[in-house]
Design a protein around this ligand. Sequence first.
Ligand code: AMP
Ligand code: ZN
Length: 139
Amino acid sequence: MKDDCIFCKIAAGEIPAATLYEDDDFRVILDLGPASRGHALILPKEHYADISEISEETAGKVLPLAKKMCAAMKAALGCAGINLVQNNGEAAGQTVRHFHMHIIPRYENGPRIVAWEPGDLSDDDKIQIVEAVRAQIQG
Ligand code: AMP
Ligand code: ZN
């Protein structure tokens, strides 16, 4: 646990939050500034700043929990779809440096959120990107 981290304190129950689910590893809370009705956050109880720090073990539990939460929230809230969003780093819009996954319910005819204008991908850039990333993964 990191002393100055608000999500550590919330996950540990030291600061109250509207909790939808809790187990040994995670607390799932309602976001205080929701993008839509039911917007929730999956918080691991251990402190990891972002995906570059999270343990493989915890990472492996996040998606099964998200799946469980999505099913429950869809049934409970009647949303038509759900976005899973997970920001890493300031440049990506991360404001709280404790790994978290957003679960954002979407409703029929709701506002356009989690959207971007499609850009272009040139053939040259496509080749460069593929080569650079594959080289990193292959080591
Ligand atoms: P991000 O921009 O991905 O770091 O998301 C941080 C999210 O945490 C935002 O959607 C905030 O509304 C939410 N948030 C910040 N403080 C709290 C809090 N004390 N309780 C619940 N949600 C919070
Ligand atoms: Zn933390």
